[in-house]
Design a protein around this ligand. Structure first.
Ligand code: NZQ
Ligand code: ZN
Length: 395
């Protein structure tokens, strides 16, 4: 069994009207001048942002704000945020939104304390920062899990390169989660979010290590619960109980709990980042377009895991005489699930046209960092494997 450290320092404040505690929490974690960072219009339209401004005014917390974060958050806006923090003497960043806003906030929080270009962190060229501004989140879309995770993923428009950087310091101080705030999510974002959180669990589930049974049990419970809850909320977007399952599921799926004692894989994510970097697609949908092809390509590396997934998660009867057949049926069932919730199962369905060989070669080049990096660990994928999976996924 793999030894592990489990570190999940984020204070989770979950439930109806939880945002009302925002000023108290910011003060508790030392914030005196806050950057409120947000996305397009959803948080304004829903009344959440005006409510937060009011609560901070009431609580005597000074703030400035910067909106405009787009899905697949851009480096240029984060750099604007870094300048703003320096100019205004900001000492705390509150992200109001989803993974894109929280990731952009983390990037600003690093950059505001660095003497060099923050992008160097994402390129792996800068030393791990010894300090950064504290970040917290008011979550409006359960998906990325960034509200408890150590990761941030940023897109540099110069070259459409999307890269992640992980550091435990960036785990948010607190995460406010009110499931009612997710009622306004469109079906596509709801489904893409659930796909992403399930994938965060699956990246840790499909591994060579299968001796941490409790971790496996937890992962299967998360997957099964998300798989049913998503249909309930697609049918009734105002179902508080099921929205709550999904909201908490998104955090559990990516706060490390479903990865204790196993070596995680992350190949599907790395392959997907090139899709959202190049085509600006929704991350969760990109994962659905890649996963079936990845799974078919690597399943022989740990067939019994894929059989277990088929039986315990996808409810496929176990045909003991044909483990490969059972494993394939599990992957096919996952494809039917993706379609049932409106997700694509290949790149053509994702981008609405055939991808070209040249585009596949370019994604392969980027994913392998100019043919110098591999990804994944269930099967360590070399550039030729990445290209083969993209080809399989073209549809
Ligand atoms: O911009 P607004 O108007 O707010 O609209 C957003 C956005 O268009 C909308 N939305 C959010 N809350 C809403 C809402 N619409 C209606 N009602 C609400 N309550 O949803 C859209 C998507 O938002 P986004 O923040 O992009 O979604 P998500 O949370 O899925 O984040 C995706 C990003 O997270 C990264 C992905 O790569 C992607 O860039 N990831 C970050 C991770 C991490 N930091 O640990 C891990 C993940 O694997 C993921 O890679
Ligand atoms: Zn993800």
């Amino acid at each position: 069994m793999k030894d592990f450290n489990y570190y999940a320092p984020t204070e989770v404040v979950f439930g109806e009207n939880s945002e009302e505690q925002v000023a108290r929490l910011i003060k508790k974690y030392g914030g005196t001048k806050v950057l409120i960072h947000y996305g397009g219009q959803s948080a304004m339209r829903s009344g959440l942002l005006p409510k937060i401004y009011g609560l901070l005014d009431e609580g005597g917390v000074a703030y400035v704000s910067l909106g405009g974060v787009v899905p697949n958050p851009r480096l240029s806006l984060a750099k604007e945020g870094i300048e703003l923090c320096r100019k205004e003497g900001v000492d705390f960043i509150l992200a109001v939104g989803g993974g894109s806003v929280i990731d952009s906030a983390k990037c600003i929080a690093y950059g505001a304390c660095m003497n060099e270009d923050v992008w160097n962190l994402y390129l792996g060229k800068a030393e791990a920062p010894k300090t950064m501004l504290p970040v917290a989140a008011v979550l409006t879309i359960p998906a990325a899990g960034s509200e408890m995770s150590e990761a941030s993923v940023i897109t540099n428009e110069d070259g459409d390169v999307k890269l992640g950087y992980s550091n435990n310091r960036s785990r948010p101080k607190f995460a406010i989660m009110n499931p009612r705030r997710t009622f306004t999510l469109p079906p596509y974002q709801t489904a893409a979010g659930v796909t992403d959180m399930m994938m965060h669990t699956m990246e840790r589930y499909f591994t060579k290590d299968d001796d941490m049974d409790l971790t496996t049990d937890l992962a299967e419970a998360v997957l099964r619960r998300m798989k049913t809850a998503v249909f309930d909320v697609l049918k009734n977007p105002n179902d508080y109980r099921q929205r709550a399952q999904i909201m908490w599921g998104g955090s559990i799926a990516h706060n490390g709990l479903t990865g204790c004692g196993v070596q995680d894989d992350w190949a599907t994510h790395q392959l997907e980042h090139e899709l959202s970097g190049m085509f600006d697609v929704t991350h969760g949908a990109g994962l659905a377009a890649i996963w079936p092809s990845w799974a078919r390509y690597v399943m022989h590396e740990n067939l019994s895991r894929f059989v277990r997934f088929a039986v315990n998660v996808m409810d496929i009867p176990n045909d003991f005489s044909d483990p490969k057949g059972t494993a394939v049926k599990g992957i096919e069932a996952m494809e039917r699930f993706y379609h049932a919730i409106g997700m694509p199962i290949n790149i053509k369905e994702l981008i609405g046209r055939d991808i070209t060989d040249a585009e596949i070669k370019e994604m392969t080049r980027k994913c392998s960092r100019n043919y110098t990096h591999t990804c994944g660990c269930l099967k360590e994928l070399k550039a030729e494997d990445m290209e083969a999976i993209y080809q399989k996924a073209r549809g």
